[in-house]
Design a protein around this ligand. Structure first.
Ligand code: AHG
Ligand code: MN
Ligand code: MN
Ligand code: MN
Length: 336
């Protein structure tokens, strides 16, 4: 097919046009995309590759690890170790940060990832994905430690996700809009299929795990009750609901046709500010959503401006179509 732009071509163009995409960052993104290709291949094998089910271990979050959580984590670590562009990595599946082994050259970036997002969907053949975030290792004289990773999301130089669904797609931002590449399974290459994705400001669609309704804080109760009242309430329009239980899949829908995604903190455990992890789930997705003209808050403030205090810290999430995110954030401000 003529006029096809591959991920490699796109990145080289970016480097030339904006002069803002350094060659080492471009190569790092290519390595992550290649690892996602390998994960996609394994995901696609399912039971044939003996990849379904639990790995019989727990991660630092106390979640039972699926075999594909572990396999995907290993693929990302291995692919990125020898590339020469990284100082260290961090993952949902690793308690501690992962330093680049001595035998490989080091670079000036830090890579964070959720190797497999939507683990509960692996065994039932529903879309799952990978999320990643790239930060700079600012103090190059120092071996990176956990503290080096604790930077606000505004410091991200690149972020993206892959969705392993009916199609495998790779969605990327380097701070110049959001672009989607579809995996051509025959050629094994990522082909640009959507440029400058935009989230409409208004929407009639929302995503939340409503089984937690009785635990929600009052601002969330108020907001969702209004949506449920539809035409008969003060919003004067009906709203539709979708919940995939893979954030990447819900976010990909929102990037394509708008919507608001919520995973609020609730009244069960005051020490747990939400379910999703700030550094490798909320921050990269918030960067993408803002680049697509959407909004992302924790109910109080921009997710990207939060200063992390721990690698695996959790955060409440309201993101997607700007008008709705602004409204639910306003309810939090109004109701204390
Ligand atoms: P992970 O599989 O990486 O641990 O993350 C799962 C997250 C997110 O993808 C999803 O939106 C949410 O958990 C689903 O939560 P529920 O189980 O409450 O539906
Ligand atoms: Mn998990
Ligand atoms: Mn996840
Ligand atoms: Mn995960």
């Amino acid at each position: 097919m003529q006029g096809r732009i591959t991920l490699t071509q796109y990145l080289i163009e970016q480097q030339r046009q904006h002069n803002s995409l350094p060659a080492d960052l471009r190569l790092l993104i290519e390595v992550v995309a290649r690892a996602c290709k390998m994960i996609s291949h394994n995901v696609g094998k399912g039971a044939l590759g003996n990849f379904l089910g639990s790995a019989g271990s727990e991660n630092v979050q106390g979640e039972v690890q699926k075999k594909l959580d572990v396999v995907s984590n290993d693929i990302l670590l291995e692919a990125n170790e020898w590339g020469g562009n990284l100082a260290a990595m961090a993952s949902e599946e690793l308690e501690q940060i992962h330093l680049i082994p001595h035998r490989y050259p080091k670079g000036e970036y830090l890579l964070l990832f959720d190797p497999l997002d939507g683990s509960s969907n692996i065994d039932v053949n529903v879309s799952i994905g990978t999320i990643f975030s790239v930060l700079r290792h600012t103090d190059k004289t120092r071996t990176p430690d956990e503290q080096s990773f604790l930077q606000a999301g505004t410091q991200q130089v690149a972020a993206g996700y892959a969705v392993y669904g009916p199609q495998t797609v790779f969605v990327l931002t380097t701070g110049h809009g959001v672009h989607c590449f579809t995996l051509d399974r025959e050629l094994g290459s990522w082909v640009l299929t959507q440029s400058n994705m935009r989230i409409p400001h208004a929407t009639h669609e929302y995503a939340i795990n409503a089984s937690n309704a009785r635990h929600w804080h009052p601002p969330v109760q108020r907001y969702i009750n209004e949506l449920l009242m539809g035409k008969d309430g003060e919003r004067k329009q009906d709203f539709n609901m979708r919940w995939v239980a893979s954030m990447v899949a819900d976010v990909h829908r929102i990037l394509n046709r708008g919507g608001i995604f919520m995973y609020p903190a609730d009244q069960r455990d005051p020490t747990k500010p939400g379910r999703l992890r700030l550094m490798y789930e909320a921050n990269p997705i918030a960067f993408i959503v803002e680049q697509a003209h959407g909004a992302a808050t924790n109910g109080q403030q921009r997710i990207l401006e939060l200063m992390p205090t721990q690698l695996h810290e959790r955060v409440a999430v309201f993101l997607g179509s700007k008008d709705e995110v602004d409204r639910v954030t306003r309810y939090h401000h109004e109701m204390g």
